[in-house]
Design a protein around this ligand. Structure first.
Ligand code: AMP
Ligand code: AMP
Length: 333
């Protein structure tokens, strides 16, 4: 009997609910402040309390003994670190080789370009800036710490505070942010669209509530820190293109990263301007928190599976099928 476990945050509820629905034991590893919260859910069989995130590694031996399979999410790299994730000995769902490609913005771009997916223009140097740009630092996640500039002078002034931190200067695409959640099955080789969301970000999504006239008198920089997610459906005529992008990314990962490439859940974060072309701003190579909008299903997971199906449950289903077909090693990283 296997137990599916994850850290108590991000998309833990969705992952463990899905695991329970597929018949697994479930375990959450949570910090003291969150443990009581997770104990409130009957589909979580056990909550292990740790004092701080890094204490997770002290539990590894015990988790291995319990036949645990870890489903990683955004908190793993954010709170445990990239190197530590790669060294983790407890079996995990998904490829660890893609982590280096996901973490490095240059590699991400190389990957997208190789897959022939449209990306926003990038300026090599601040002096080349024409029109609005968004400046992103390496390793920044969830929209934290970005800034917007409109010309070389403004960029120079704003970047000074960051003392040479590696960053990219990207064309600010004026359009709708659309995040597409996929699942690539290592067992069947197929890619499917699970759900779509848009982010609710503070303060960019709230600035518009103050009329321009009122904004002139407050010293406020737009920021993109995510606080939640809103479900979306896409124009149906855009769905085929969205699916193709996911397929091309997976194909390219096999060429570039090697081995099994990218498999399991992933997300393409796009901005769509009025010409309706997807401009991909980022790849997330694992379950994203935006999939939480799909409990118990999204229109797209319902069309595909005809029953309640979240990304969390889809992962558990893949593990269950792999066990039944004696192919578990094919889904573990
Ligand atoms: P949390 O568990 O909320 O502390 O988040 C863990 C990591 O995932 C952090 O790096 C967050 O920035 C990121 N994250 C959490 N929720 C979301 C979300 N809804 N959209 C994008 N990133 C998120
Ligand atoms: P990211 O962390 O790259 O997903 O970006 C976080 C947020 O910043 C997005 O949801 C958008 O609101 C905004 N953003 C990032 N890149 C761009 C861009 N090139 N053009 C316009 N908005 C962007």
């Amino acid at each position: 009997m296997y137990t599916i476990a994850t850290l108590g945050s991000h998309s833990c509820l969705q992952i463990l609910k899905g695991a329970k629905e597929e018949g697994f034991n479930t375990l959450a590893v949570a910090t003291k402040d969150m443990a009581k919260f997770y104990r409130g859910y009957s589909f979580i069989d056990e909550v292990k309390e740790i004092a701080k995130w890094r204490d997770f590694f002290a539990l590894e031996k015990e988790l291995i003994k319990k036949n645990v399979i870890i489903v990683p999410h955004g908190s793993f790299v954010a709170y445990l670190g990239l190197k530590e994730n790669k060294k983790m000995k407890v079996p995990t769902f998904g490829s660890k080789d893609v982590l280096d490609w996901e973490q490095d913005r240059k590699k991400q771009r190389q990957w997208l370009v190789d897959a022939k997916i449209k990306v926003p223009h990038e300026f090599k140097d601040g002096s080349e800036i024409k029109g609005p740009v968004i400046v992103k630092f390496y390793g920044a996640r969830g929209g934290k710490g970005y800034f917007v500039a409109h010309n070389p002078k403004e960029f120079k002034k704003k970047i000074a505070a960051f003392k040479g931190r590696p960053h990219v200067i990207q064309e600010y695409v004026i359009g709708a942010p659309i995040y597409i959640h996929y699942f690539a099955s290592p067992l069947s080789g197929q890619v499917e669209i699970m759900s779509v969301d848009k982010r609710y970000e503070t303060n960019v999504d709230s600035l518009g509530r103050i009329p321009l006239k009122g904004q002139e008198h407050i010293e406020v920089e737009p920021s993109f820190v995510v606080v939640g997610n809103i479900p979306l459906t896409l124009r149906e005529s855009m769905l085929a293109k969205a699916l193709q992008m996911g397929e091309k990314l997976v194909e390219s990962s096999k060429r570039l990263i090697g081995g099994r490439g990218l498999y399991g859940p992933f997300c393409l974060e796009t901005i769509v301007p009025e010409n309706l072309e997807f401009h991909v701003i980022e790849i997330s190579a694992r379950i994203v928190a935006g999939t939480n909008i799909s409990v118990p299903y999204s229109p797209y997971s319902y069309f595909k599976h005809g029953q309640a199906m979240t990304t969390g449950r889809r992962i558990a289903r893949e593990i269950k099928t792999a066990i039944a077909e004696n192919r578990l090693q094919e889904v573990l990283g």
